[in-house]
Design a protein around this ligand. Structure first.
Ligand SMILES: Nc1ncnc2c1ncn2[C@@H]1O[C@H](COP(=O)(O)OP(=O)(O)OP(=O)(O)O)[C@@H](O)[C@H]1O
Ligand SMILES: Nc1nc2c(c(=O)[nH]1)N=C(CO)CN2
Length: 175
């Protein structure tokens, strides 16, 4: 497959969290997304609008895909749905609430994209330690399309959002 290089963020705080993240990696290939590498997994304090919930397991993936941005978002949503996730707009959905699996599109090549369903880069990519730390593990020189360095963004964030290495990278198929 030839296409763009991108980065996805995975998160889970319900059930066997590592198993949820691994299942998402394994399902992506069936949706036109080749997973090239995984970061380690990290146990992270909840951030956002719901703080009273179990800690998350987070990881980031480097991917290659020929999908366009909305196609990639649809692939991520399909994986979430296959893993039983209640999606935004459905009964029982809680914004920022507990979820068995969350698959976010963080970066896709050097694309910037503003659509009601998709922002690229992800709006929070420079603001969340649980995203920046695994991304920098994959590539310390990563930048967003306007040239800002992720490493500089991390250095400027307060240290109050706990991010603890939890385990080795998720298994990625080799071809
Ligand atoms: N870069 C992006 N990656 C994934 N979803 C996005 C992105 N930009 C916008 N969205 C939209 O955000 C909607 C809500 O996503 P989701 O249910 O994962 O929200 P959340 O996890 O509660 O909050 P957050 O988006 O801050 O992680 C999605 O249905 C999608 O249309
Ligand atoms: N630590 C952490 N906190 C979160 C996460 C997440 O993946 N990790 N996802 C959220 C919903 O997008 C809200 N808060």
């Amino acid at each position: 497959m030839s296409g763009r290089i991108g980065y996805l963020g995975l998160g889970s705080n319900v059930g066997d969290r590592r198993e949820q993240l691994q299942a998402a990696v394994d399902l992506l290939a069936g949706h036109g997304v080749r997973v090239l590498a995984s970061s380690s997994t990290y146990d992270t304090d909840p951030v956002g609008e719901v703080l009273d919930q179990p800690s998350f397991l987070n990881a980031c993936l480097r991917i290659e895909t020929a999908l366009d941005p909305i196609g990639l978002l649809d692939a991520c949503k399909a994986v979430e749905r296959e893993r039983g996730r209640v999606l935004a707009g459905e009964p029982g959905y809680v914004h920022h609430g507990p979820r068995p699996i969350d698959v976010d599109v963080l970066l896709l090549g050097d694309l910037t994209f503003a659509h009601e369903r998709l922002s690229l880069p992800h709006e929070q990519v420079l603001a969340r330690r649980f995203v920046l730390i695994p991304l920098l593990e994959l590539d310390f020189d990563l930048t967003v399309p306007d040239g800002r360095r992720l490493a500089d963004a991390l250095a400027e964030l307060p240290l109050d959002e706990g991010v603890r290495r939890a385990g080795p990278p998720l298994a990625v198929a080799t071809h």
